[in-house]
Design a protein around this ligand. Structure first.
Ligand code: SAM
Length: 224
């Protein structure tokens, strides 16, 4: 019997609920529904729009949804920017679960922006703002409380792209497999590495870390 994509996604409800619980998170049923809808759209649009190298829905659940949600407790403040969001990772799943915060999803790729417009419309996500452009050309005001990025560049590159968009007391959260000392050495004043946290992501087959960057106290007129 041929199974429809929708039926296949429906089968992922229990693994999603279990994965969310394993992350120590509690989400309302409405958020679970929207995360499944997002997964469905990701699977459906993937081949035509080349959104992800992963095509298996179960693998997408672990490596995209749960990986993104693993940093949810670290999101701070009202305004959040995801640089090089691609198909909306990690920003879109986080926006679904934190509707009171505003998520600006930035990418230079027009196809991915069109996909995200479809997701924002279909899932009714008024807290998602789509920003199509190169990070280095963007001038968003006011500045962001949290800037996120996954799989876009080295720490030095990320700060070059988005450091100026970070509020004085803001946090830059970079999702990494295992940051090497040479990469950490790219973080120079006025920025500093505040913490490196190992992320425990259900189903992950490689190490996952969250590198948290901020401004060096006393520099740039920030808190001493
Ligand atoms: N963050 C997503 C993820 O984890 O699946 C996408 C990662 S993908 C490897 C890198 C994305 O960054 C691409 O969608 C690319 O268009 C975007 N990107 C790279 N440099 C950029 C820049 N300077 N400004 C805006 N987007 C950029």
């Amino acid at each position: 019997m041929i199974q429809t994509a929708q039926a296949r996604i429906g089968e992922l409800r229990i693994p999603l609920v279990e994965g969310v619980a394993a992350l120590g998170l509690t989400l309302p049923e409405s958020a679970i529904d929207k995360l499944l809808q997002y997964l469905d759209l990701l699977v459906t649009w993937n081949s035509a729009y080349n959104l992800s190298g992963i095509s298996d829905p179960r693998e997408m659940l672990d490596r995209h949804l749960l990986d993104s949600l693993s940093i949810l407790p670290s999101i701070d403040g009202k305004r959040v920017l995801d640089i090089g969001t691609g198909a909306g990772l990690p920003g879109l799943p986080l926006a679904v679960c934190l509707p009171e915060r505003e998520f600006h999803l930035l990418d230079g790729n027009g196809k991915k922006m069109r996909f995200l417009f479809q997701v924002k419309t279909q899932l009714r996500l008024p807290n998602v703002v789509l920003v199509h452009g190169r990070a280095e050309d963007v001038a968003e005001e006011p500045l962001f409380d949290t800037v996120l990025s996954r799989a876009v560049g080295s720490l030095g590159e990320l700060l070059r792209l988005g450091g100026r968009l970070l509020a004085p007391d803001g946090r830059f959260l970079a999702m990494k497999s295992a940051p090497a000392d040479s990469e950490l050495a790219e973080v120079k004043p006025p920025y500093t590495v505040l913490s490196i946290t190992e992320l425990s992501v259900p189903g992950a087959t490689t190490p996952r870390h969250l590198v948290c960057l901020g401004r060096t106290p006393g520099q740039d007129g920030t808190t001493a």
